[in-house]
Design a protein around this ligand. Structure first.
Ligand SMILES: Cc1cc2nc3c(=O)[nH]c(=O)nc-3n(C[C@H](O)[C@H](O)[C@H](O)COP(=O)(O)O)c2cc1C
Ligand code: SF4
Length: 425
């Protein structure tokens, strides 16, 4: 029998998720109590798995001061309360591991020069990163492994990790021929560019052990000319699906946040809100957004399932591989019909961000609907407007990490309704 959204999903590591819906990583800043409340809410709302977004494996790999740094020395003391709250609500939880590489913020690392695969100018950082050498590679491998071990250890108690190989962060820079112009054994062919990211994935697996979940989020395309090609992506996916027990799920996304942070979102760009939020931390960035925002952050219309073309190619590559790794579709899922269509196509599950920010209990609504009716076309649909105002919370702690459009009794205005939501668009 074909699985439905309500069917449990057994991951290769043995972890059984209670259904096929995961809350995707969505960074919105916030302290441990806020993050715990957010993830417990979606777990209570029925999601099987939730991903704590954008944690950093090193202090010097951050772009925002509010990111959790998951080293034993730097992790917030009560961070385990996040996983405890999710488990209490019947869900599972993984932490996303990142390092921003060439566009890490020097201001957050005592002025250290950011490191990237190659010393190419980075517009977001407005500077040149230092090209990573062998000692850096060893240090990064240790940092990823240390963070991964911490996440599943007694002081964090999560069920696994999601290693970010996409969205333009360090390992995505490494995979992208536009960023990785190395002439040594780590540059050139797709296989050469994959060597270091695979070393990290293997180190993370060794650190978490065989019984914890290891998800990988990657790019099916970078969103600009000269980025990863479909053939490059197939090389990466084949490698991830070459060893039993290496990876528990692949999440195919797209885009570089430092080129256009809305490429992987689609929908409105809340320009006014961004300028105002940025002005609280960096007047230079606020001015740049005012002057060049329309050029560098063009608006791309939202379409349901907008990443399915690349995701389907990933699914086809996995299906033809010796090891079957679950593929979780992501990008623009708002209704049950589309979720069921993805599962019928062979995806093992779906990750949803904005629909579950807008309606954290959507999965329970679907469960109630399907218990009463076999017509999935009439199941509740997320009313998220894709205004993307929820992104502003990442830019300044002043903006609450929640959906601006959630109605009463949830709605707690104000700060001018997150910088006057409609004017933001
Ligand atoms: C407020 C917000 C913050 C996000 N932060 C992250 C992040 O930290 N890491 C990540 O991989 N994706 C992040 N994303 C992207 C989502 O994980 C997801 O890929 C994207 O929103 C498309 O899914 P959706 O249409 O279900 O929202 C974020 C999305 C939103 C809306
Ligand atoms: S409606 Fe809410 S969840 Fe949807 S994009 Fe806007 S703020 Fe985010």
């Amino acid at each position: 029998m074909k699985p439905t959204f309500a069917s449990p999903l057994k991951l290769p590591c043995g972890l059984v998720l209670r259904n096929r819906i995961a809350r995707a990583a969505a960074f919105a800043g916030g302290d441990v109590a806020t993050v715990a409340a957010t993830h417990a809410e979606v777990a209570r709302g029925g999601a099987a798995l939730t991903v704590v977004a954008y944690t950093s494996v090193a202090r010097e790999g951050r772009t925002f001061a509010e990111q959790f740094v998951l080293t034993p020395e730097d992790a917030p003391k009560n961070v385990a309360s996040i996983a405890d709250a999710v488990h209490e609500a019947g869900g599972h939880i993984v932490f996303q591991l990142t390092h921003a590489g060439g566009f890490s913020s020097p201001a957050l690392s005592e002025g250290t020069t950011p490191i990237g695969p190659s010393a190419n100018f980075d517009l977001t950082a407005f500077g040149w990163p230092r090209a990573i050498d062998n000692a850096d590679m060893d240090k990064l491998e240790r940092a990823y492994a240390t963070a991964a071990a911490f996440v599943v250890g007694p002081n964090c108690r999560a069920d696994g990790v999601e290693v970010h190989l996409g969205h333009g962060y360090l390992l995505s820079q490494w995979l992208s021929p536009a960023m990785n112009t190395r002439t040594d054994e780590h540059g050139g062919s797709a296989e050469a560019r994959l060597h270091f990211p695979m070393r990290i994935v293997k180190a993370v697996r060794a650190a978490v052990g065989p019984n914890k979940a290891l998800l990988v989020k990657l790019n099916t395309h970078d969103g600009f000319e000269g980025g990863v090609s479909p053939a490059d992506v197939a090389v990466t996916v084949r490698a991830l699906a070459s060893e039993p027990g290496l990876v528990d799920a692949i999440v195919p996304s797209a885009g570089f946040v430092n080129r256009n942070g809305f490429y992987m979102l689609r929908g409105s760009v809340p320009r006014y809100g961004m300028v105002r939020a940025l002005s609280r931390t960096s007047s230079a960035k606020a001015l740049a957004m005012t002057l060049f925002g329309r050029i560098f952050v063009p608006e791309i219309p939202f379409n349901p399932g907008f990443l399915m073309e690349g995701a389907s190619a990933v699914l086809a590559t996995v299906t033809a591989s010796p090891v079957q790794v679950p593929v979780l579709a992501i990008g623009g899922f708002v209704d049950l019909l589309s979720v069921e269509a993805a599962l019928a196509q062979g995806f093992s599950g779906v990750q949803m961000a904005r629909a579950l920010i807008r309606e954290p209990a959507l999965v329970n609504q679907w469960l109630r609907h399907t218990a009463a009716s076999s017509d999935i076309a009439t199941a509740p649909v997320s009313v998220c407007s894709h205004c993307n105002v929820c992104v502003l919370a990442a830019l300044t702690p002043e903006v609450p990490s929640r959906c601006v459009e959630r109605p009463p009794p949830d709605k707690e205005p104000d700060i001018e309704d997150f910088y006057t939501c409609s004017a933001s668009r």
